[in-house]
Design a protein around this ligand. Structure first.
Ligand code: MUC
Ligand code: MG
Length: 382
């Protein structure tokens, strides 16, 4: 048995390679909460909890994720058996409501430590991979149509991505449709075009926007309406040919069951953080599959640790008909892994090795640590 000796957290602020324009925020940095669990046999597990745009995307922020772990979960779990991952998460559930990303970060570090002690990968803990790679989409969200087209061309030429997700919902429906149509026309049959509205349309806007997007060649729309509008989402799902994907509506298996029963999606974006951990994400996958829905490996634009852990899980699951968008590390100016994940031939490849299969570059982690020691502040006199 390996007892949990210490749980440490830190927040890294890593710049993005360009502004990432979503309907609710423009990201210029990504704040990553890293969790290190040290066990009494000397082994270590690493987890990551990441959200988008502070509190703009969802109810957890980097600071709340860190506080939930430091103040509540670390004292609760310290001294307990770290190999009994599900038992530890039952302890967490008895003490904490909500906070799915904080829950996920701790669970991920426990799976990682457990798998490394056994000398296996997280995928092997979940029954073993059924595939070694997943197609990986890229989000075109510079805020400028011309720049998005240039970026798409570059990704196609490098054979890195041929599925593009366009972030819309900030401008008028008509402006967004014109933007999407230009990009879709430019790439033609060489790429698949999807959109993500991030809950920003009303049902009426969606009824105008979706047919126009369909005419422009868009094949899938992610979370066009607010997460709570399940009946209206169901009407959209039944109303057109385009696939309708649930994202923000899926905060774990209970929500997945409600969305599936309401017929409020044809596809599920599976996110490990939003689901509350890997085990719960697997349950979301099972509910989606049981309801006859297609799956997509989603992201909260996480860095390498969470991206690798999600990939470990997704590679054990049923077919992901929509592939994945596990590109988070590529949006950052610097990778925090000692060996980056491999993106080749339009796929992201499962790393070899134990645990989540990746390791941190500790120098880079220290360089981006929000609390890193800084040089003396120069006081400027008035
Ligand atoms: C989302 O809502 O899907 C995933 C890719 C991206 O660009 O933003 C995220 C969040
Ligand atoms: Mg989304």
């Amino acid at each position: 048995m390996a007892r949990i000796d210490r749980i440490e957290t830190r927040i890294l602020d890593v710049p993005t390679i360009r502004g990432h324009v979503l309907s609710m925020t423009t990201m210029r940095i990504q704040s990553i909460v890293l969790v290190t669990i040290r066990f009494d046999d000397g082994s270590v597990g690493t987890g990551e909890g990441t959200t988008i745009g502070g509190l703009a995307y969802g109810p957890e922020s980097p600071e709340s994720i860190r506080a939930a772990i430091d103040v509540y979960l670390a004292p609760l779990l310290t001294g307990r058996d770290g190999d009994a991952v599900l038992a530890r998460m039952a302890d967490v559930d008895a003490a904490m409501q909500g906070n799915p990303i904080a829950r996920c970060a701790v669970e991920m570090a426990l799976w990682d430590g457990h798998a490394r002690r056994l000398g296996v990968s997280i995928a092997q803990l979940f029954g073993g991979p059924v595939r070694r790679s997943l197609p990986v989409a890229w989000t075109l969200a510079s805020g400028d149509t011309g720049q998005d087209i240039a970026e798409a061309e570059e990704m196609l030429a490098r054979r890195r991505h041929r599925d593009f997700k366009l972030k819309i919902g900030r401008r008028s429906v008509e402006e967004d449709v014109a933007h999407v149509a230009k990009i879709s026309k430019a790439v033609g049959a060489r790429a698949s075009i999807r959109v993500d509205v991030n809950q920003h349309w009303s049902p009426e806007e969606a009824r105008r926007g979706l047919p126009a997007l369909e005419d422009a060649g868009v094949v899938m729309a992610e979370q066009p309406l607010a997460a709570k509008l399940l009946p209206a989402m169901a009407a959209l799902t039944g109303g057109g040919r385009m696939a309708i994907m649930a994202d923000e509506a899926l905060r774990g298996p209970d929500d997945a069951f409600q969305v599936a029963c309401a017929g409020a999606a044809t596809a599920f974006a599976i996110k490990v953080g939003q689901s509350g951990g890997l085990a719960r994400a697997r349950e979301v996958m099972a509910i989606g599959r049981a309801a006859g829905l297609s799956l997509y490996g989603g992201t909260m634009l996480e860095a390498g640790i969470c991206t690798a852990a999600a990939l470990q899980l997704f590679c054990t699951g049923p077919e992901f008909a929509w592939g994945s968008e596990l590109f988070g590390p590529l949006l950052l100016t610097e990778d925090i892994l000692s060996e980056p994940l491999r993106y080749e031939d339009f796929q992201v490849h499962l790393p070899e090795g134990t645990g989540h299969g990746v390791t941190l570059d500790h120098d880079r982690v220290a360089a981006f640590d929000r609390d890193r020691p800084r040089g003396p502040t120069r006081l400027v006199s008035a």
